[in-house]
Design a protein around this ligand. Structure first.
Ligand code: UDP
Length: 323
């Protein structure tokens, strides 16, 4: 039985990965300091014999007894609202934390996959984004603490691969949605759905002409799993290449939820990327992967999930918008 450590295991993506590895017959250790993760996301796994939870901050020395086959480094805040609130932790988890998980991978002779991001491309000038594009990042802007930490993480990963021969994998994750996103994390989808459920206006930032390409979480997790099992150590984009403007996206949520509220426009946050769409040729060629879940279907599943929560009424007002 393969043993895997998933950092950020109580988070949105981490908890879905825990489920995937358990379904593949692995022994899973989820690690999380619960700053943005939530035990509710893994409550249903706690009683399983193949599952363990370690409450630990990966920016501090990590001790895992016994052998380890795989490490999935998914610990990090991942929304602009979080970067503003906890910029130092955001920097530390992908710098000090990455150093710690790399040291662990070396010691255990484990294969390690790190969760990088389309944010390494910054506000991209090349469109769609290919893996060989170096990006356009503002180091000192509000997203700098996340973007630069993730870029450092990639550099650290390559150094451990080249210098120590560690088996490394780098996934660049594009916008992803699904159950267990936090309603109050400020991201477009939970913001729009939360507003619709609470009967509030839908806040579109800027004129809504900026684009994103949204991937359903199950598709993403399948792509990441394939990448881990591949023998390819350079970065691979995983995301859904179907591009949409944020205004159109808000309109889709309005239609789906049947809300009678309207769109209100708020100022565009600084350094908000104008366009984003992954070129997934590499993932198609190397992993034989492409997304399968259409946005209409994924949005419906996600909306039903949020509707089933009773907490959407309790979201503090200040989290409803970024401004
Ligand atoms: N956005 C918006 N209204 C909101 C939250 C986000 O218009 O209430 C916009 C945001 O400015 C960005 C897009 O939606 O252009 C996607 O934002 P998100 O935070 O989900 O992801 P990221 O900007 O990191 O891609």
């Amino acid at each position: 039985m393969k043993k895997v450590l998933i950092t950020g295991g109580a988070g949105f993506l981490g908890s879905h990965l825990c489920e995937k590895f358990l379904a593949e017959g692995c022994y899973v250790i989820a690690m999380d300091n619960l700053i943005t993760g939530d035990m509710k996301n893994i409550e249903h796994l706690m009683k399983l014999p193949n599952f363990e939870f370690y409450h630990h901050d990966v920016a501090k020395y990590i001790h895992i007894p016994g052998e380890l086959d795989y490490i999935m480094h998914f610990a990090s805040p991942a929304s602009p609202i979080d970067y503003l609130k906890i910029p130092i932790q955001t920097l530390k988890v992908s710098s000090l934390g990455t150093h710690n998980v790399m040291g662990l991978a070396l010691a255990k002779k484990a294969r390690i996959l790190v969760a990088s991001t389309s944010e390494v491309y910054g506000d991209p000038i090349v469109h769609p984004q290919t893996e060989d594009y170096w990006g356009n990042v503002n180091t000192i802007g509000p997203r700098g603490c996340y973007d630069e930490a993730k870029r450092f993480m990639e550099a650290m990963t390559m150094a451990y691969h080249n210098h120590h021969g560690v088996e490394t994998r780098i996934v660049r994750i594009f916008n992803t949605y699904g159950s267990r996103m936090r309603l109050n994390d400020g991201r477009a989808l939970p913001a729009f759905i939360g507003q619709a459920l609470r009967g509030e206006d839908i806040t579109v930032f800027g004129d809504g002409s900026q684009t994103r390409s949204f991937c359903y979480v199950d598709d993403l997790v399948n792509g990441i799993y394939k990448l881990l099992l591949s023998d390819y150590h350079l970065p691979v984009n995983i995301g859904n290449p179907v591009e949409i403007t944020i205004k159109e996206f808000a309109e889709e949520v309005i239609k789906l939820t049947g809300t009678t509220q309207k769109i209100v426009y708020k100022p565009l946050p600084q350094d908000d990327p104008k366009q984003r769409k992954p070129d997934i040729s590499k993932a198609k060629e190397i992993l034989n992967w492409e997304p399968k879940v259409a946005r209409a279907e994924g949005l419906k599943i996600t909306y039903n999930y949020f509707k089933s929560l009773d907490q959407y009424n309790n979201v503090p007002k200040e989290f409803n918008t970024k401004n």
